[in-house]
Ligand binder design. Structure first.
Ligand code: ASP
Length: 366
């Protein structure tokens, strides 16, 4: 009974649960929650030294702690997302900001986006160079421009106007990324051969006010050219947040995430799932399929079990796989579930909730 393939069966199950479990007996939900990632891919224990393993875990934990501090202090989800991503952008282990992959021409073109689940306002930048924190620029696009997405020179002019921190090109360079580009050219390899893993960074959060946000930042894929843009700055593909359903950030082979519209697809399926549950719990057929349950005003938002949420996320990631793509997503829900779904051997990831969950992980078997 997976995904959205058997909605009636699941809806009937939801009906049983709704009648069987009185609200007061349901578990208390976390007040806030957060999930983060630093990329997915072919990440195997045997290819990591103990030092590398420890360094990645420490970096993830520090970023997670920065997001937790915002949320535990009553701060908003957008600030938590920003706190995580700015740290990871400065960390050269990850493919975002400093440490971003090289383009075919030996530059770094950065993509980023952020979305506010409360208002569904969003901001994104694509193919920008010299910006220390593309996530801050994406947020400025959201808050200080009438647009959602800016690209290239125009985005950089906007960054200068907004006083964003600029860095010289070499600040973004790392030896490992340069070697990857050179190997790609000499051995005529694809980006997937040399990158092995995707190192994009992202964060999603639910704050104690009940609002959600998502953000993603990346250098894209090694050797990209012709102004290639991946999924990270595409709202609905690499990033999406909607208080009615979920907040998502993705990492992986961007072309497939764009084609599936991964982030919005998962959120939409979750929203429809809630709608079916609400309809059944109200024991009547609504006259209007209103996206915000406006015709069910007496119904609180339906809780979804984390198993259902996981199934839906896994189903959409299976679609990515079926088309030939790979990668993963992180997700939080209005109930406070913080989940991962990935179809690779590993994903750098972490999650925490106000209930005391606090974990970072790398491999698929942990
Ligand atoms: N999704 C990114 C892209 O396709 C790559 C990554 O996740 O590292 O640009």
């Amino acid at each position: 009974m997976r995904g959205f393939s058997a909605p009636i069966v699941r809806a009937l199950a939801a009906l049983c649960v709704a009648f069987a479990v009185p609200a007061a007996a349901q578990e208390a939900e976390p007040r806030w929650s957060i999930a983060i990632h630093g990329g997915a891919g072919t990440i195997a224990r045997e290819n990591m030294t103990p030092e590398q393993d420890a360094a990645y875990r420490a970096a993830l934990q520090q970023a997670l702690d920065a997001g937790k501090a915002v949320l535990a202090g009553g701060g908003v989800a957008l600030d938590a997302v920003e706190a995580v991503i700015t740290r990871l952008e400065d960390d050269e282990k990850f493919n975002a900001g400093r440490g971003a992959v090289f383009t075919w021409d030996g530059t770094h073109e950065l993509d980023s986006s952020i979305m506010d689940g409360r208002t569904r306002e969003a901001g994104a930048v694509a193919g920008v160079t010299g910006i220390r924190h593309p996530i801050l620029l994406a947020r400025k696009v959201m808050t200080d421009s009438p647009h959602v997405m800016l690209a290239g020179d125009g985005a950089e002019a906007f960054a200068a106007e907004q006083g964003l921190e600029l860095m010289p090109p070499e600040w973004f360079d790392t030896e490992a990324r340069r070697e990857a580009l050179e190997r790609m050219k000499v051995e005529k390899l694809s980006a997937l051969d040399v990158d092995i893993k995707f190192g994009t960074v992202g964060a999603v959060a639910l704050d104690s006010h009940g609002d959600m946000a998502a953000g993603t930042s990346t250098g894209g894929m090694t050797g990209k050219r012709w102004g290639r843009i991946g999924d990270a700055p595409v709202i609905g593909a690499g990033t999406y947040a909607d208080n009615r359903s979920c907040a998502i950030s993705a990492t992986g082979w961007g072309e497939y995430f764009i084609r599936v519209g991964v982030a919005q697809e998962i959120c939409t399926r979750l929203r429809l799932e809630r709608f079916i549950d609400a309809t059944l719990a109200a024991d009547r057929i609504p006259t209007l399929v209103s996206p915000d349950h406006a015709d069910l005003p007496d119904m609180p938002m339906q809780r979804l079990a984390d198993g259902t949420t996981q199934d839906i996320a896994d189903d959409v990631m299976d679609e990515v796989k079926a088309l030939g793509g790979d990668g993963g997503i992180i997700l939080v829900t209005p109930e406070g579930h913080a989940l991962f779904s990935f179809n690779t051997s590993g994903m750098y990831r972490g999650r925490a909730t106000s209930d005391g969950v606090n974990e970072v992980a790398i491999y698929s078997d942990e």
